[in-house]
Design a protein around this ligand. Structure first.
Ligand SMILES: [Zn+2]
Length: 475
C-alpha cells in the first residue's frame, strides 16, 4: 500500500464491521496476533526510549552534539525495519525457536505504524505544531490494553457465501451477520478493501474492513425531504429536536422505551453485583475469592452490556441517517466532546444519557460523513454560541438557564415568549445555519462547487483555533 492513499473522486471511505465466530485454533491465533502486535509496539518503543536516554546521558556528560549517538528515526519504515532485525533475537522462545513466524508480518508492521503515528503526535505536540490537547509520550501496552491488530495487504476477502471472511494467516472465519452488502459491492467492483482491523471488544472478536466505496452522493429517491434548512438541538429529555428558521418543529426523536428498559436492567444488575461477595472485601479492605453468585452476575452483566451497546449503535446510526437524508442544511452546536464531557461539561451535563453514552463525537462524526453521502450540509455554530439561552422571539440572551428548566421563558417584558427549551435552541441554530448558507451564496457561490468530501462549514465569527476537525472516514 502506498504511503498515502488518495480516495478517488466520487468514492468515499466506509467501514463494514462484523463479529467473528472463530474456531478454537483460530481464537488462539487471534490472541497470538494481538499479542504479537503489542510485542512489536513495545519492543520498538523501548528501542526509541533507550536511544533518547542514551543521548540525554551523553549530553549531560558534555559531549558535543556532533559526537552524540545518532538519533533514531521514528518513521514507520525505520521502525518496521528495526523490528525485522530485532525479532530474530527477541521474538524467540527459550529453546531458540522463533515464534514471530507464527503471526502475519502485517500485525507487526501495523503496530509499528501506530507507534510512528503516536511518536509523531507527541513530537508535534511538544513543538507546538499540533492543535488540540497536549499529547503525551507513548506508553507501553500492557496485557490489559485493547487487543487489536490490522492487515493492509495479503488475502483479505468477504467470501461469496456471505457468511465467511478470509484474513491472512488466520484463514476463513465465520461471521455472525451476513456480509452481503459488502460482498455485492466487492463483486460489482464498487468497493475496495484498504484495511482489515481486528479487535476484541466486550467478549467478541470483531473485524472492521475499511473500504473505498463508489457512492453516488445523493439522497435516495424514496426519502422524503422534511425541510430545506433546520437547526438540530441535542435535547436533554428527547434525543433530538429539529426546527426550521421560521419556528416550525419538524422532528422530535424520543429515547426508545426498550433502550431505557435495557439500561435500567443493566444498572439493576450492577447494583445486585455490588451486594454480592465480589473480589474486594470492603470490611477487611483486602482482596478475596469472589463468590459464585457474583461471577454469575458478571456474566449476565457482560451480556446485557453488549445488548445495550448494540441498541445504542443501531439507534445512533438511524438517527444520523434520518437527519442527513431529510434536510439540506443542518445547523448544530459544535460538538467538541472533550470540551463538553471531560473538562467543563456543565453545559450539557444532563444531556440525554443515550447520546452522551454513545459519545457526541460519534454523533458528530456520523453526521459529517453522512451529509457528504447524501449531499446535505452541516453547519456548526461557534463553540460559544448560546443557542439555549437566546430567545428565538426577540433575540435577548439570558444570563443563566438551569438544566432543570424545561421551558424557556423570555425575561424581556415586551416579548415574554414561553417555549419548549429544546425547540427554542433548535430554532436559533436553524437561523444561524440559514444565515451562514445565504452568506455562502452571496460570496460568489463558491460553495456550490464544494460537494467533495469536506462539505462542512464551521461558523466561526471570531476565528478560534480549537475547532474540532472530524475525521472524514466512516467506521
Ligand atoms: Zn424574547
Amino acid at each position: 500500500m502506498a504511503a498515502k492513499f488518495e480516495v478517488p473522486q466520487g468514492w468515499v471511505l466506509q467501514a463494514y464491521q462484523y463479529a467473528l465466530d472463530p474456531t478454537g485454533p483460530q481464537t488462539s491465533m487471534l490472541e497470538s496476533h494481538a499479542g504479537g502486535a503489542r510485542f512489536a509496539y513495545n519492543t520498538m518503543l523501548r528501542a526509541v526510549k533507550a536511544n533518547l536516554g542514551q543521548r540525554e546521558a551523553e549530553k549531560s556528560y558534555g559531549i558535543a552534539s556532533a559526537d552524540l549517538t545518532p538519533s533514531m528515526s521514528w518513521s514507520f519504515q525505520s521502525l518496521r525495519n528495526g523490528f525485522n532485525r530485532l525479532k530474530h533475537q527477541v521474538a524467540v522462545r527459550e529453546d531458540g525457536t522463533p515464534w514471530w513466524e507464527e503471526n502475519s508480518k502485517e500485525a507487526y508492521a501495523n503496530a509499528c505504524k501506530n507507534l510512528a503515528a503516536a511518536l509523531k503526535n507527541w513530537d508535534e505536540s511538544r513543538r507546538g505544531t499540533r492543535k488540540g490537547q497536549r499529547v503525551g509520550f507513548p506508553s507501553f501496552k500492557s496485557k490489559r490494553s485493547a487487543r487489536k491488530f490490522a492487515f493492509t495487504t495479503g488475502t483479505i476477502r468477504a467470501e461469496a457465501n456471505r457468511h465467511h471472511v478470509t484474513l491472512p494467516k488466520l484463514g476463513t472465519m465465520r461471521v455472525h451477520e451476513s456480509t452481503r452488502k459488502l460482498a455485492r459491492r466487492l463483486e460489482a467492483g464498487t468497493a475496495r478493501i484498504l484495511k482489515a482491523t481486528v479487535r476484541f471488544e466486550r467478549g467478541h472478536w470483531l473485524v472492521s474492513f475499511t473500504c473505498v466505496v463508489a457512492r453516488a452522493a445523493q439522497r435516495p429517491a424514496h426519502v422524503k425531504r422534511l425541510a430545506p434548512v433546520v437547526g438540530v438541538d441535542l435535547g436533554v429529555k428527547d434525543l433530538v429536536v429539529a426546527a426550521t428558521p421560521d419556528g416550525r418543529e419538524v422532528l422530535r426523536v424520543q429515547a426508545r422505551k426498550e433502550f431505557k428498559r435495557a439500561s435500567r436492567k443493566l444498572r439493576a444488575l450492577q447494583r445486585k453485583a455490588a451486594r454480592q461477595a465480589g473480589p474486594w472485601d470492603a470490611v477487611t479492605e483486602s482482596r478475596r475469592e469472589p463468590s459464585n453468585a457474583w461471577l454469575r452476575t458478571q456474566q449476565v452483566i457482560a451480556k446485557q452490556q453488549v445488548r445495550v451497546a448494540n441498541q445504542r449503535r443501531d439507534r445512533l446510526h438511524k438517527l444520523t441517517t434520518l437527519l442527513a437524508q431529510s434536510f439540506d442544511v443542518i445547523g448544530t452546536e459544535t460538538l467538541a466532546v472533550k470540551n463538553m464531557m471531560a473538562s467543563g461539561g456543565a453545559r450539557k451535563k444532563g444531556l440525554n444519557r443515550s447520546i452522551a453514552d454513545a459519545g457526541l463525537g460519534e454523533f458528530s462524526r456520523q453526521l459529517d460523513y453522512k451529509t457528504t453521502w447524501y449531499r446535505s450540509k452541516r453547519v456548526q455554530a461557534d463553540r460559544w454560541y448560546p443557542s439555549s439561552k437566546t430567545c428565538s422571539g426577540c433575540g435577548s440572551v439570558k444570563a443563566k438557564l438551569a438544566l432543570s428548566e424545561r421551558v424557556y421563558v423570555c425575561d424581556n417584558a415586551e416579548c415574554g415568549l414561553v417555549i419548549d427549551r429544546d425547540l427554542n435552541a433548535a430554532i436559533n441554530l436553524a437561523r444561524l445555519a440559514r444565515a451562514e448558507q445565504s452568506a455562502c451564496f452571496d460570496s460568489g457561490g463558491a460553495d456550490r462547487k464544494s460537494t467533495a468530501p469536506a462539505a462542512l462549514v464551521a461558523v466561526k465569527p471570531e476565528s478560534s483555533n480549537g475547532s474540532a476537525s472530524p475525521k472524514s472516514e466512516a467506521a
